[in-house]
Design a protein around this ligand. Structure first.
Ligand code: MSP
Length: 661
């Protein structure tokens, strides 16, 4: 059972494993993560589940194509999905795989309950089946395409176990009526109600034509149909048959895309009612992120990947954009242009700028200690009033999942603070007692507003608000602040500011977009890595990993293929969004080259200028984190973590461009 806190259990869909995550999947998971963080600040004990949907024909085919067993294929994919969510800072509390034994048990148990209660029977079924969506297409004739994905359907006849969905028309309609919050948003609720009012047909829940599925005990060759299997994952993740022990079921919230609302609001509650199990409290269907007005898919070549965006602008920027740009529930267009524009205007110039200038002024005038405010003037009171109203508005909107409106409210407070500073001009005040007192009031007021904004924005911007929290010298973690107690005026004077860390460095739009696209391209079409025997010597630009086991011996003719020359570093700079890389320009005698080197964590860029290094000059150019690199700097790879140490010429003055032999 959860402790004395109220529990909140929420889920994302469990994603198909025949592809890798794109921004659409990331969207649902980001929303779930933001709600989870928010609910925790509201004092709930929260569990968030996501996972992978690993059975079905598509997986069978994908594994076949990859030439490996299904189990191996799905294991690899599940690792990739989980690792990406972890890397992006949106990890599941429960990551459920439909091949987990805890899930297999739960599906078989649910079936048994439905059968014992008289809602399952055997029958034959012939129909048009969409292999891509793993569903029979109701009312389709042979030759028809699937209305959802447009692909051709196939005629399939087989013996199935049927679920008596028809028996649930009235119970479902009664349930929707009694629980008007169950289906959100309102438009979807109306759609589903009229669908159910139109009559429900029984639905097959097992297959005999499918091999890769959960077996129906004692009923070989029946395996469970993917939706009976997949939906049950929500329950398997929090205890399955022993769900009462964990105390998390029924789910408080299933977040889904609008494409799968019917499965979640008709089939799923019906399965649970048939088994006499508690039904989830709410299903929220969001819209799609579209690319050039159509749904993303790898086959159309219009997928947007999350990792390159996170690398370039930070994960917080992506989270902010996804939640700020579209009204939750509606479709929205994804564009890199809009993303970078919002990054620069709202994050770099907005929150980032307010935080750094407030801290700089407190540093300069008050030795970095938050000043004690003096008497308040009407303009100070007005800002305080705005902030208090924003607290109410932002929380109220977030509670209703109106994320864009909540963020809009928070950013209106930032804009009000900018305006306040511009008109009060604390930087123009002198050192007289009156000026210092006035300055103290202005800077305390601004810092207090920043504290309020930081707390409110935390669920959406967890990394950067944690940095602002440290900057403001606040105790504990921002995530631990209780939202219910948040009021204007709680900022203590006398607190020493903490360490400043880069928040949102401004980026050049064109360059940022090019780099995101280059990284995405690299991820979608990775350049084949050279075979180990042909790999160049351990080098900084290759990521600095420790050397691979010694390859077989090579002849001198192979060695001479590698052209290494003495180069001199002319410029060196850090790369936004690539913590490990430095962008160098290197004079190699005949020309000046741009080369990226993975040494940023070990070498200060300024100290490298003028240094002579060994350069592999005949490597094919490639892009690293979206930045062109034309050559490679040679370095030793030292210690277990492969610390790069640049090869050099400390004793003799060697000529630039001289060849290493
Ligand atoms: N495996 C099923 C779900 C089973 S849940 C018991 C499935 N998987 S999926 O990989 O296709 O992911 C579907 C979910 O990903 C959608 O419902 C939606 O949440 C999200 N999205 C996929 N593409 C999307 C967009 N382009 N835009 C927004 N969300 C999208 O269906």
């Amino acid at each position: 059972m959860p402790g004395d806190k109220t529990k909140f259990y929420l889920t994302t869909p469990i994603y198909y494993t025949n592809g890798l995550p794109h921004i659409g999947h990331t969207y649902t998971t980001v929303v779930a993560d933001a709600i989870r963080r928010y609910k925790r600040m509201r004092g709930y004990e929260v569990v968030m589940t996501t996972g992978t949907d690993e059975h079905g024909v598509n997986v069978e085919r994908a594994a076949q194509k990859a030439g490996i067993p299904e189990s191996e294929y799905v294991a690899k994919m599940a690792v990739a999905w989980k690792a990406l969510w972890d890397e992006l800072g949106i990890p599941a509390d429960e990551f459920i795989r439909t091949t987990d034994i805890r899930h297999v048990r739960t599906v078989q148990w649910l079936f048994k309950l439905c059968r014992e209660n008289g809602y399952v029977y055997k029958g034959n079924y012939t129909g048009q089946y969409c292999i891509y969506d793993n569903a029979f297409v109701t009312d389709a004739k042979p030759g028809d395409n699937c209305p959802d994905c447009g692909r051709p359907t196939e005629t399939v006849t087989e013996e199935n176990y049927y679920f008596k969905l028809s028996a649930f028309q009235k119970p479902l309609l009664d349930f929707y009526k009694k629980n008007p919050e169950f289906i959100q948003p309102e438009t979807r609720r109306n759609e589903i109600i009229s669908f159910v009012e139109g009559g429900l047909k029984d639905s097959s829940i097992t297959r005999t034509t499918l091999r890769w599925g959960i077996p129906v005990p004692g009923e070989d060759p029946h395996v469970f149909y993917v939706w009976f299997d997949a939906l049950t994952a929500y329950l398997s993740a929090v205890g399955g048959p022993e769900y009462e022990k964990r105390g998390m079921w029924p789910a408080d919230l299933h977040l889904v895309g609008k494409d799968i609302i019917r499965f979640h609001t008709v089939y799923w509650p019906a399965f649970l009612m048939a088994a006499m199990l508690p039904v989830p409290k709410q299903v929220w269907a969001h819209g799609w992120f579209l690319m050039d007005a159509s749904k993303m898919s790898k086959s159309k070549g219009n997928v947007v990947l999350p990792r390159p965006i996170a690398n370039m602008l930070g994960m917080d920027a992506m989270r902010y954009f996804l939640l700020r740009e579209v009204v939750f529930g509606q479709d929205g267009n994804f564009s890199y242009d809009a993303l970078v524009t919002r990054y620069n205007s709202d994050l770099a110039n907005g929150l980032g700028n307010l935080a750094s200038r407030t801290a700089a002024m407190i540093e300069k005038s008050f030795g970095g200690k938050i000043p004690k405010p003096g008497p308040r003037l009407p303009q100070d009171e007005a800002l305080a009033k705005t902030a208090s109203e924003v607290i109410g508005e932002a929380l109220d909107r977030f509670e209703k999942f109106e994320f864009a409106r909540s963020l809009e409210a928070i950013w209106s407070a930032i804009a009000a603070a900018d305006k306040y500073l511009t008109s009060e001009q604390p930087w123009a005040m002198g050192d007289s007692e009156a000026d210092m007192q006035r300055k103290a009031t202005i800077l305390w007021t601004t810092a207090e507003l920043l504290r309020v904004v930081t707390i409110l924005a935390y669920p959406v911007l967890p990394d950067s608000t944690a940095k602002v929290w440290t900057l403001l010298g606040q105790p504990g973690r921002v995530s631990a602040v209780e939202l219910d107690g948040l009021r204007w005026g709680q900022l203590a004077a006398g607190v020493q500011l903490g360490k400043a860390q880069a928040l949102f460095p401004r980026v050049d739009k064109q360059e940022a977009i090019e780099r995101i696209e280059a990284m995405a391209n690299e991820e979608l079409n990775p350049t084949p890595q050279p075979a180990p025997a042909a790999a160049p010597a351990p080098a900084a630009t290759s990521g600095g990993a420790a050397a691979a086991p010694a390859p077989e011996k090579i002849g001198i003719e192979d060695f001479t293929k590698v052209e290494m020359r003495v180069g001199q570093i002319k410029t060196a700079e850090r790369i936004v969004g690539a913590d490990k890389l430095l962008k160098l320009t290197v004079d190699i005698g005949t020309e000046i080259r741009q080369i990226c080197a993975g040494i940023a964590q070990f070498y200060e860029p300024e100290k490298l200028i003028g240094r002579k290094v060994a350069v592999v000059v005949n490597l094919a150019p490639r892009k690293l984190r979206g930045v062109e690199s034309n050559g490679m700097i040679v370095a030793a790879s030292v210690g277990p973590e492969g610390r790069p140490v640049l090869a050099g010429f400390p004793d003799e003055d060697v000529e630039i461009g001289a060849r290493l032999k």
